[in-house]
Design a binder for this molecule. Structure first.
Ligand SMILES: [Zn+2]
Length: 444
């Protein structure tokens, strides 16, 4: 592969082990990895000028439901709490099929890429009308983002006392068979992998105790990660105590759902003991501040988690509960929310950006991503700080205080995905036309 030299950046926030920041420096990319950083580098290949720009590692999204990008701001769910919101949306989602999955994934990933994201996970837990995890993997390959899809599932329908309609749940044996299929077909354990698959029953209230346990056993057997929703709000805690006689952390631990190969979304209501458990066991958290605000779930104790040594990454969550999927804005929201809870010095712009980059990569088991250092993957975001959003800033590298919410350029594995603020890999206006047509059909 030809070299690329990103030259003359005003500022590079490396997020390396020393958290070095470089001024007036270059990044040399070779064969998909960072070859060198520093001033005065040279190349025989392509040069991208980064004068007037701040350069960061690509942002990492640790929780999403890309399919929901087709059901944003649905009137009946706009102001509902979590369980009511789900009951409004389930009947609409039951009409999805493979094309809805592919187009919504393309749209959601495009929005993420434009907001600086180079690596995203996804949690797809319903498979109506022939939809498959494969549909979203196709979309990620087309757009060129690094992708960690998780094979989600729901098995307890309304008739068995669960929340989702029976038409959206699957048989548990069939779920496990398809988990094996997608791991064997798509999972790449190698450094620099573009696709890694995880296993992800939707939540403790939509699958059985047995499926939670079997998924954990299967994940360990296959060497893949585990993901689910946990301790999202007060209703969630009450449900756990009523159904299982314990708090969510205990339930997770009993079923093998703690460890460095597990990450849980939300964790808004983790108590002191659960935070200790997560720190001790290396269990990760996908913090989704906008979704937590949107659904009124509360403020996750991220300051306490970080101080205790819990791995925390950021997630935009499904577009239907955010409803936006802009990852750099999510990072700003994470910073602001910790200040609401703990005071103005509770989280700096740089720490929130660290959570959004290196933090997320660590949650997803990707020490090869989320930082800019020789040998790390060339996943790079270039932010133009000459625009109106940064004008007057005395510290443009404090990007989350005053900075752009879209990247100028984005590289994944050294390949350009966004160029001059536009997607270089897909015809986005065409995708959006199709998205509108599908949304119209679902609404009719
Ligand atoms: Zn979610």
């Amino acid at each position: 592969m030809a070299e690329i030299l990103i030259r003359g950046a005003d500022h590079i926030l490396t997020m390396d082990d020393q958290r070095r920041e470089l001024s007036g420096a270059d990044i040399l990319v070779r064969d998909g990895v960072v070859a060198a950083l520093g001033p005065g580098l040279a190349t025989t290949g392509e040069t991208v000028l980064a004068t007037g720009c701040v350069v960061t590692p690509g942002l990492v999204n640790t929780h999403h439901h890309l399919y929901q990008t087709l059901t944003r701001a649905v009137p009946g769910g706009q102001d509902a709490l979590l369980f009511g919101w789900l009951q409004t949306l389930y009947p609409i989602w039951s009409r999805f099929g493979p094309e809805e999955m592919r187009i919504s994934a393309l749209t959601g990933l495009a929005e993420l890429a434009l907001s600086g994201c180079t690596l995203s996970s996804d949690h797809l837990y319903l498979y109506p009308n022939g939809a498959r995890l494969d549909d979203t993997i196709d979309a990620a390959r087309e757009i060129g983002l690094r992708f960690h899809p998780t094979r989600g599932s729901m098995s307890i329908g309304e008739s068995a006392g669960g929340l989702p309609p029976d038409s959206l749940v699957e048989d548990e044996a069939a779920i496990l068979d398809d988990c094996i299929r997608v791991v064997d077909t798509f999972h790449d354990a190698a450094e620099g992998a573009m696709v890694r698959v995880g296993l992800a029953p939707c939540s403790p209230f939509s699958v059985s105790r047995e499926l939670m346990r079997d998924a954990a056993l299967l994940a360990r057997d296959k060497g893949v990660m585990l993901h689910t929703h946990l301790a999202e709000n007060d209703e969630d805690i009450a449900y756990s105590q009523a159904q299982f006689g314990c708090r969510p952390g205990q339930y997770a631990e009993d079923l093998g759902w703690t460890g460095a190969d597990v990450w849980h979304a939300h964790c808004v209501k983790l108590d002191r003991h659960e935070i200790d458990l997560f720190a001790r066991s290396g269990t990760g958290v996908a913090h989704c501040p906008c979704s937590n605000c949107r659904l009124g779930s509360g403020i996750a104790p991220v300051r306490r988690m970080r101080d205790a040594g819990v791995k925390v990454g950021l997630g935009v969550d499904g577009s239907a509960s955010n409803d936006s999927g802009n990852l750099v804005s999510e990072a700003r929201q994470a910073m602001l929310l910790q200040r609401v809870a703990n005071g103005a010095d509770a989280m700096s712009a740089r720490e929130a950006l660290e959570i959004a980059t290196r933090g997320g990569a660590d949650v997803l088991g990707r020490p090869d991503c989320g930082r800019l250092a020789p040998g790390k993957r060339a996943d790079i975001a270039i932010w133009d700080t000459r625009g109106v959003e940064s004008a007057g800033s005395w510290d443009p590298a404090a990007l989350l205080l005053a900075g752009p919410t879209r990247v100028r350029d984005l590289f994944v594995e050294g390949r350009q995905v966004v160029r001059d603020g536009h997607l270089a890999t897909i015809d986005l206006p065409r995708v959006l036309d199709r998205q509108r047509a599908l949304a119209r059909a679902l609404a009719s």
